[in-house]
Design a binder for this molecule. Structure first.
Ligand code: MSP
Length: 729
């Protein structure tokens, strides 16, 4: 009985290429770690494997992020791409190639693909007026004001000359393809969603943009840049060598294309299961064999993402518990394809339960006893009793079922099954207690039992170790040495999993020195990780504040469409209400409560009856100069998303649109405003406050409201139509 099943002779798998608008977090690490585990297993089965990852660096979103950071898009992309690659290296991920879409090789080959699509009659020139979601870099159907159905942010109206791809011509062909290739998309929920999207009708797709230039120029018409999703999806073939004249590139492309798995997050399945196959069909290139979507890693009850401000970095877990702990947790805890919660507590629990007390403890018991009783040399097991036969049968069972479950991406099930064998081996040891000699047992019998039990347990450990290698590469390498098997990396390179079978641990094998694998995590592990995250958030906030300074410098360029409101003749008299900033608590205020007591005048707020809220007597105020006032950047914003913050009665999380950018603000108005009723409402915010964290979420500004003694705050607003981003002066 071996583990290998039927395997292809070569295998190509890819991660999504990650946007460089923000630093990597656990969500990105999740998809990449899954691919790494698959790639390691394939190589260890003797399959020639190519594992590609990289970064997606073009498009309006990156251009804007760079502008806000005060540097060129290329500098910005270089920095963040370096962080992704650096992190993957620190985590020991074994990608074969890391493609950046700003590389020359990619640019030339995308132009080749674009020209091919045009030459084959699938691209034509037209013009597009409609909605565009910059965050998703996606066209959205609907009138101006439509909210992006995927991310919930406001779309922008674009009107420009574009090249169009004849996507509509592929509706029937795609449906036929899905029908004939039932394993193409997974999980089932993704498959259903995609099919229903295609059935609802496909419109031609704009595949170039003209209103910004951070992209790949369309060959022969350079005022257009290639639509960022066509550019990005093409990475899967350009990295291999599609469109290159070089013989080696061509050979690699021929060898590895079509891809066996495009592993993606579920939110980008439309791009991978509809647009990408259509582009390939149009270009006459074979289609990938499968697209598999992982679910979302959730933290604090929401998808882990930078815009929600609820990220955890892989570096933190790596530093405290090691990369293997993170890999094991992600693959064991979350059934692939489903959303899964991440928490430090659950991580430490799994680590202690399964790794420190489970596998790690088992290895240490057996290796130490082989050293103690047999001088570190594997004894001859002798004749097996029923107990050994039973353990062997379980091990062979695990060997037969682990591979198919893993290859179906059921990592959690595969590990669960293998850990039953860990527990059974542990139980076998305890039941036979080779460390205890009952008085009635002769020395010779006891030595035979010790030999039989330790050799059998060590063999079970060898099989467990080999199988779990793709998930725990660091720990298993140590165990392999302790079992006297040499370097696991060499064994993996030589396809050792292919011939894995019971009985490989030969008597006479000299064990290596015992060494700790997973030291038990103490109570403070969770605190240490939380602290590392807090420290990182603090530095990130400082970095954002520094960016704010840059933003101020580059404001004219970043906010061209933000007109200022001017008062006609004399400034309006100060209204009789004080508008109080409600969102951003002062340094001393408790995180969740509203606001500093400092007040700001709100010239545009409808005045409330003077009797209700007397103005502060002028003589009690200290005056500020007009320069002081102009330091405060008050702007008009529209609420796009409003939702309660879990476990914070007073806080609402708002996403607001300033016209030139969108941002998250936390406001202490949850007791006074129903979130649903706020959506679409125009408000006034202090736009240049330094960001601050509350309940793990970052607030980037503060909204203004009239503060009524003993009553509910009243949000500042306008009676006339005002454009988003307009400055109040
Ligand atoms: N650049 C596009 C993909 C182009 S592929 C041709 C993109 N980039 S992204 O930076 O937004 O990364 C998205 C991918 O990161 C997801 O599809 C998923 O693989 C991974 N994840 C990011 N956050 C995640 C979670 N919170 N949970 C799980 N995976 C997540 O979209």
């Amino acid at each position: 009985m071996t583990d290998s099943g039927s395997q292809p002779s070569r295998f190509y798998l890819t991660t999504p290429i990650y946007y460089v608008n923000a630093r990597p977090h656990l969500g990105h690490a999740y998809s990449t770690i899954v691919c790494d585990a698959i790639a390691r297993r394939k190589r260890a089965l003797g399959v020639e494997t190519w594992f590609l990852t990289g970064t997606d660096e073009h498009g309006q979103k990156i251009e804007r992020s760079a502008k806000l950071a005060g540097c060129s898009p290329q500098e910005f992309a270089d920095r963040i791409a370096g962080e992704f690659r650096g992190l993957w290296d620190r985590l020991g991920l074994t990608y074969d190639d890391f493609i950046r879409t700003t590389e020359e090789r990619h640019i030339r080959r995308v132009q080749h693909l674009f020209a091919t699509l045009r030459d084959r009659g699938y691209i034509y020139k037209g013009s597009y007026t409609g909605q565009y979601c910059v965050s998703d870099e996606a066209y959205v159907d609907g009138p101006p004001g439509t909210i992006c159905p995927d991310c919930g942010r406001a779309t922008e109206t674009v009107s420009e000359e574009n090249y169009f791809f004849k996507l509509s011509a592929f509706e029937r062909k795609l449906l036929e393809f899905y029908e004939a290739n039932s394993g193409f998309m997974g999980p089932e929920s993704t498959r259903r969603e995609v099919i229903s999207f295609v059935r609802s009708g496909l419109k031609d797709l704009s595949v170039s943009r003209t209103t910004f230039d951070w992209g790949i120029p369309v060959p022969g018409d350079e005022k257009h840049v290639v639509y960022v999703w066509l550019d990005a999806l093409a990475n899967y073939i350009t990295a291999l060598g599609y469109g290159s004249d070089d013989a080696k590139d061509q050979e690699r492309f021929k060898k590895f294309w079509p891809a066996d798995i495009h592993l993606i997050g579920k939110e980008i399945s439309r791009f991978h299961c509809v647009y990408w196959p259509a582009f390939l069909m149009a270009a006459g290139i074979p289609l990938p064999r499968s697209v598999k979507a992982n679910g979302w890693l959730l933290f604090d009850q929401g998808k882990m993402s930078k815009s929600r401000g609820n990220i955890v970095r892989a570096e933190t877990v790596h530093e405290v518990l090691g990369a293997d702990a993170l890999r094991y947790f992600l693959l064991r805890e979350i059934p692939f394809g489903q959303d899964g919660n991440f928490s430090f507590d659950a991580l430490v629990q799994r680590y202690n339960g399964d790794l420190a007390n489970g596998y790690g403890n088992l290895v240490s018991r057996v290796v130490n006893m082989v050293h103690k009783y047999f001088g570190g040399v594997v004894p001859e097991a002798g004749a097996a009793t029923q107990a050994e036969a039973a353990l062997r049968a379980s091990a062979e069972n695990a060997l037969a079922s682990f591979g198919p479950a893993f290859d179906d991406l059921n990592f959690s099930e595969a590990l669960k099954g293998l850990w039953l064998l860990v527990a059974e081996t542990d139980g076998y040891l305890t039941a036979n207690a080779p460390w205890k000699k009952p008085p009635e047992r002769s020395d010779a019998d006891h030595a035979a039992l010790q030999a039989r039990v330790l050799a059998t347990a060590a063999e079970a450990i060898r099989l467990i170790t080999a199988l779990v290698y793709p998930i725990l590469p660091d720990a298993t390498a140590k165990v392999w040495r302790q079992l006297g098997q040499g370097e696991l990396a060499d064994a993996a390179r030589n396809g050792f999993l292919k011939d894995l079978a019971w009985g490989g641990l030969k008597p006479g094998t000299k064990f290596g020195e015992p060494a700790p694998l997973f030291p038990r995590a103490e109570k403070d592990a969770v605190e240490r990780m939380q602290k590392l995250e807090e420290e990182n958030n603090r530095t990130a906030v400082e970095a954002v504040s520094a960016n704010d300074a840059n933003e101020a410098k580059s404001a004219p360029a970043a906010t061209p469409a933000a007109p200022a409101i001017k008062y006609a003749a004399a400034p309006a008299p100060a209204p009789a209400v004080a508008a109080k900033p409600v969102a951003r608590a002062a340094a001393k205020a408790p995180a969740e409560t509203a606001a500093p007591q400092a007040t700001a005048s709100a010239p545009a707020t409808a005045p409330a009856p003077a009797a209700e809220t007397p103005a502060t007597p002028t003589q009690e105020r200290s005056h500020i100069t007009i320069d002081d006032f102009t330091k405060v950047e008050l702007r008009v914003a529209q609420i796009l998303v409003a939702e309660r913050v879990p476990k914070a009665d007073k806080l609402l999380r708002l996403e607001v649109d300033l016209g030139y950018e969108k941002r998250q603000i936390l406001a202490g108005i949850a007791q006074y405003y129903e979130p649903e009723k706020l959506i679409g409402r125009k408000i006034v915010i202090v736009a240049n406050l330094a960001p601050r964290k509350m309940r793990g979420l970052e607030s980037n500004g503060m909204l203004l409201a009239a503060s009524l003694e003993g009553g509910a705050p009243v949000l500042a607003g306008f009676l006339e139509e005002v454009p988003l981003g307009a400055r109040l002066k």
